[in-house]
Every structure is written in structure tokens, then in C-alpha cells.
Write a protein that binds this ligand. Sequence first.
Ligand code: RNT
Ligand code: ZN
Length: 422
Amino acid sequence: MNKEFIESAYKQAKAQYAELGVDVDAALKQLNQIKISLHCWQTDDVGGFETPDAVLGGGGIQATGNFPGKAKTIDQLKKDIEKVMSLLPGKQRLNLHAIYGDFQGVKVDRDQIDVKHFQSWIDWAKKHQIGLDFNPTCFSHPYADDGFTLSSKNEKYRKFWVEHVKRTRKIGAEMGKQLGSPTINNIWVPDGSKDVPVDRFTHRALLKKSLDEIFAVEYPKEYLKDSIESKLFGIGSEAMVVGSHEFYLGYAIKNNKLVCLDNGHFHPTEQVGDKISSVLQFVDELMLHVTRGVRWDSDHVVIFNDEIQLIAQEIVRSNALGRVNVGLDYFDASLNRIGAYVIGVRAAQLAFLFALLEPTEKLKKFEELGKNFERLAYLELLKTKPFGAIYDYYCLVNNIPVGEDYIAEIQKYETEELSKRK
Ligand code: RNT
Ligand code: ZN
């Protein structure tokens, strides 16, 4: 795109927002502070590097599609993430799963992982001046095959998973320490049952017991933050998920943990955007897994839809940008994975920009005065304001391909890199 054109469109857009009382430069400054945590698993369909041919298995999450170019090595994954970051304005973070360790071809079981397996990632993050987030991987493992991990009645399995998660906290704390930015270690377990269970209570008591054991070790908040992620149901856990929203919300409030809200994990008519201002009354911080469910928790590529707009608006309107940690969580193998990645992050950034360009105080005034027509009229008008021109300018000043220009970059990467991967 032509530089003069972008700049003049920006000027015009800025003037339009100024008329509404919106300070565009201030909005861009705030946008630039939002660090979206890039989920490493979009590059390889949640395979990881435990074995050369690791694939996602069990746990009710699925990647569908077989588009060429899946990352098969750490070097490929790093290259992919670097490509993604080169097409995004602002700074991001990287969100790793435990199965993405640098195991050097050695079989390291989950209860044996240690900092040394992630040191090369920490060094890489240092080089790129980004923070890392982390996750235990309680799926794709024989000890998860019967559907229960931290809430298993099989004490050998339960202990195994407790040890695994303990180790991820230790590794996460070291990441945060070395990188000077706290790592969020997010715990999600697939535990649940396909058919009607009769003993939900014991499984939930076991999950609570396991979490208590896991969190017995304390780490400084500057290094590590713990978050826990609920789910309503999954494939194979339709009748009950042990770690439900009530379960983790209760646990987080009582134990001062972060709640991770994944917008694919609720009933389709529920809105995560609506939950933010509730949960923030009771916990210090939130983690988000921004995703797009189509009819179910399908983890489609994030797009600029109503759901993501409401999430961003509610964070901005609650003045809670400093208390909500934004991460993405989707995996679509049916299209260029790197393109899918960039689309999703840009959509999330756009949603925040759109929210930041809202004359919130003005709208609140209407609301307080009972002027609901005026409130709705402005909300509708805002939808056609030129926020795209502001985003283009944001890309321009960050030396990032503007508008459709990133598509050609991805096509080039596909030809030169992805299509050559066997
Ligand atoms: C699964 C959860 C979880 C995973 C990742 C890979 O339903 O959303 O966050 O997607 O841990
Ligand atoms: Zn998630």
C-alpha cells in the first residue's frame, strides 16, 4: 500500500474520531501495550516434539485438515513464529506447551521435564525480547487415555500428573525470572466422562486435592502466575467435565489464582465478554483464550466477529487492560497455518483498537440519562467509522506490511518454506 495514501487516510480518520471526542494517538499507545500471547500450537496442530512424529491424541481436542507445511521441528516452529511476528505490529508473547520442549531426540516422560528442556526457548525469547507463557500437557499420553488425569481415581496416574504440573510451574517460574516478565502457567485438563457419571463428587474432590498439592510450592508473582481453565464439555466428555466453570471459579477465588476464560468453553449463547466484569470483581487477574467456535468448541481461526468485539470492549470499558492477559487458542490445519495465525492475531488487535476508539464516557452519559436511543445510535455509527485506516497506519509506523500486503508475504513463505516441508 502507498505510504502517502495510508497517511492521508489516517489523518482523515483521526479527524473523524476527534469529532466524537476520541483521542486516536492515546488509543494507539494503549493498543501498543497489549501483548497477545501467541499459542505455539497453531503451527503444528498441537503435536509437540516429544517424538519426531508426535500427534494430538485424546483429550477431546482436535485439529482437522492436512494443509502442507506443518512445523515438524523446533527450528521450523521458531521460523514460523518469527514469520508471524514479522507480520504483526507491536510486541507479542509466546505461549508454549510442555510437549514443545527441546528434548534433543531423547524420550523424556512428562514427570521428568525440567528447565534444561526449555532453556533454548528461554534464550530464543530473550533474543526476541518477548515473554513466555506455559502450559502443562495433560493429554496425548497413555496415562490420559481413560479420560482422567489430575482427578483420576488411579493414584499412580494422578500422582504422575501432579508431578508433571508441578514441574511446569518450576519451569514457568524460571522462564519468568530469566525473562523479567511473569510467565502464566495455565492448567487445563481434559478430565471428564462421556456418559452419565454417578460419582462426580469424588472426581472433583480429587481435582481439588491435586491442585492443592501442585500449588503447595509458592513462587514469586514476578516470575509465575497460575491460571486454571474450565470447560463445559468436550468430545468424549459430553456428560461431565470435572473442571467446570463453577469448580475453577470457586478454586481461583479461594486460592487467589487467575481464571482462564476460553470463549469456546461455554454454552454458545453465553458470552465471555459478559463474564469479564463479573469475574474481575473477585479475582485480581484473568487469562483469556480467544478462539472461535463454530457450532461447538471447534477452535476455528479468530476473526473480527461480535464475540471478540464484546470481549475487547468489556476489557476496555472495565479499564482492565492491566488485569486481563490475552492469549489465543485455536488450531486449524485446513489452510496455511501461518496465514491463519496472522489473521487471528490481527483480528484480536483490531478488536482492541475498535474498543479503544469508542467514546465510552459519552456513551455512559447517555446510559445514565436513560437516552438509550442515542446510545444505540452511536454504537451503530461506530461500526462504520474508519478504524481500518488507523490500524493500517499502526502497521506502517511499525514497518509491518499494511492491509493486504501481508497476504503476498505469506504466499511467499508458503512457496519458499512451507511447501518444501515433507
Ligand atoms: C482445550 C483447551 C486448552 C487447549 C490447549 C492446547 O479445550 O482450550 O486450552 O486448547 O491447551
Ligand atoms: Zn483453551
